[in-house]
Design a protein around this ligand. Structure first.
Ligand code: SAH
Length: 352
């Protein structure tokens, strides 16, 4: 197994196999929690560094990086050891920096407005590749003050369906929040799902303190199924009931994501029906201006229409905000950058 993927028990086994004393486990684990490469593990004897350097590292490297001239948002294209590419986005807010990270190469869910899923799911990301995205960003942009982190908040909203890579995502969240891990507060972490109901039920036992976001995008089965094929397996009523169980059992507000799509789900009567469905649930609606994906032929709505929709929800006592668009000049939307670069690489190869 690559070094970046080892948990503490596996690291213990590795180091004891190399004849190392027990106290080395903590030392190496601390280095791995910073994403350090063996040659940088300066507190270790040279011989051990050399032995560790013989093991494949895993994790991620930065393939390309784009900085928005508008708001300083950074879009990263990460390269995995097998040459696959995934995206991450670093967004700057007054309270800190949020990293949006990917959980799979591609995605199997087939949502009609999403660029990440156009070529299906290639594979799950490992724990080391999930952690590696944070490490890569923090190595690229170290925190200004010692003891602080560059990445203070995480959203699992890049490419992939987190609950379709369940075990790795839960292990990652445990490591990220642990006192002997990265020590990021679970309250600063959001996990977004298209609504895999049995996994939502398991998730609030395995990760009760993170915020759960559910991509709803419609208030009725017919529209939701036309946008999100997963709705055929877990219809909207079951998804909302699971969200309610999550809110009731954790005492945490569930966030519903709702992309406003012109002529599909964005009229005022849609806002009324949505409010009726969500009544009585501890929740917040995050309205997302659709990032048009040319391959999909779906369009967004104007700012005024989005504001009217938001206002109507408020009048019906449903808490709602419109998500700020960030980094639109650098293809902030999921999957778009990876697709363009893959096309470029393929056509470069084709032209050789
Ligand atoms: N698979 C997870 C997380 C990844 S997508 C999920 O479905 O929630 C993160 C969010 O971006 C989801 O709400 C998704 O529906 C939304 N999204 C995807 N493509 C989009 C687009 N073109 N415009 C606006 N939002 C989009």
């Amino acid at each position: 197994m690559p070094l970046a993927d080892l948990n503490k028990t596996e690291l213990e086994a590795l180091l004891s196999g190399l004849g190392e004393p027990k106290y080395r486990v903590r030392q190496v684990y601390e280095w791995l929690n910073k994403g350090a490469r063996p040659e940088e593990m300066s507190s270790l004897p040279a011989k051990l560094r050399e032995e560790l350097a013989r093991i494949p590292y895993g994790g991620v490297e930065i393939e390309r990086k784009f900085v928005s001239g508008q708001d300083g948002t950074v879009k990263y294209l990460f390269r995995l050891a097998d040459e696959n590419l995934v995206e991450g986005v670093l967004m700057r807010y007054h309270y800190g920096n949020t990293l949006c990270l990917s959980t799979q190469v591609g995605c199997a869910m087939g949502c009609k407005f999403c660029a990440s899923t156009l070529e299906g799911c290639v594979r799950n990301l490992s724990v080391g590749e999930l952690l590696g995205q944070i490490h890569a960003v923090e190595r690229d942009e170290p925190a200004k003050e010692p003891g602080h982190r560059t990445v203070t908040n995480l959203v699992l909203m890049g490419s992939g369906e987190p609950l379709d890579n369940y075990d790795n995502v839960v292990a990652f969240l445990n490591r990220v929040t642990a006192q002997d891990g990265l020590r990021i507060s679970p309250r600063n972490i959001s996990v977004s799902t298209c609504g895999i109901v049995p996994k939502i039920d398991a998730f609030f036992k395995d990760a009760p303190h993170v915020t759960l976001s559910i991509s709803l995008h419609a208030h009725d089965d017919e529209t939701r199924t036309s946008l999100m094929p997963i709705n055929k397996v877990y219809p909207i009523g079951e998804v909302i009931a699971a969200a309610k169980r999550y809110a009731d059992q954790t005492g945490r507000r569930v966030v519903f994501e709702y992309a406003l799509i012109g002529g599909v789900n964005s009229s005022l009567s849609d806002a009324d029906s949505l409010s009726a469905r969500l009544r009585g649930i501890l929740c917040h609606v995050n309205l997302i201006p659709l990032n048009p994906v040319p391959e999909r032929g779906l369009s967004g709505v104007s700012r005024t229409e989005a504001e009217r929709f938001c206002q109507r929800l408020a009048e019906r006592n449903i808490s709602a905000t419109i998500r700020r668009e960030m980094g639109t000049d650098i293809e902030g939307a999921c999957g778009q950058l990876r697709r363009r670069i893959l096309h470029e690489i393929r056509s470069e190869n084709g032209n050789r």
